[in-house]
Design a protein around this ligand. Structure first.
Ligand code: MN
Length: 185
């Protein structure tokens, strides 16, 4: 089964490995910052409910500002009163590979890619929703995408949120959120 994905990659994508990571961020609201390296920055989406490896589940992913590559190593506490004040955990990291030209895909509003993370793997897509879609997250100016797991050998249908509940430590330091919050103060 693994071969199927490898084949897809070699046929359609360059060999260049780009960074992928997720930071679990307990700010005013808990969310997961999903980041993909492109053109020397981290393209970023905030996912309130976190990723799901269930291919039937679509997760709202709000496009947010690009972040510097260096920020992808950050884990710790952003002081209250600052933008994004709260605890940040490196929840997953690895590399990603777009299945087609990533610039064209982003432009067209459908990005298909492979994740090689410690926790998330296999094929995924980010699909742009209509810009006037009312997500209930306020301003209609934001770009609302959906993060969807493709039904491949890495999908676990029926899992819904299990991966978020069972994988609750840092891939960088092994710490839990409250341990990061305490130790960094
Ligand atoms: Mn955040």
């Amino acid at each position: 089964m693994q071969m199927k994905i490898e084949k897809k990659i070699s046929k359609k994508t360059s060999v260049k490995k780009l960074r992928y990571l997720i930071q679990k961020h307990e700010a005013s609201h808990l969310h997961y910052d999903f980041r993909l390296e492109l053109d020397g920055v981290l393209k970023s989406w905030a996912i309130a409910k976190g990723p799901s490896i269930d291919s039937h589940v679509k997760r709202l992913a709000i496009e947010v500002e690009d972040h510097p590559l260096d920020y992808g190593n950050f884990e710790g506490v952003i002081p209250q009163g600052n933008y994004g004040g709260g605890t940040v955990m490196l929840w997953d990291k690895g590399t990603w590979q777009p299945l087609e030209n990533p610039h064209k895909q982003l432009e067209s509003g459908k990005l298909s890619f492979i994740l090689h993370g410690q926790r998330l793997q296999g094929e995924w897509s980010l699909v742009l929703m209509r810009k006037d879609y009312d997500s209930g997250y306020g301003s209609g100016n934001r770009n609302n995408w959906l993060l969807i797991k493709k039904d491949d050998e890495f999908a676990k249908n029926g899992d819904e949120d299990k991966i978020l509940q069972t994988q609750f430590t840092s891939v960088k330091t092994g710490r839990k959120m409250d341990e990061i919050a305490k130790e960094e103060k």
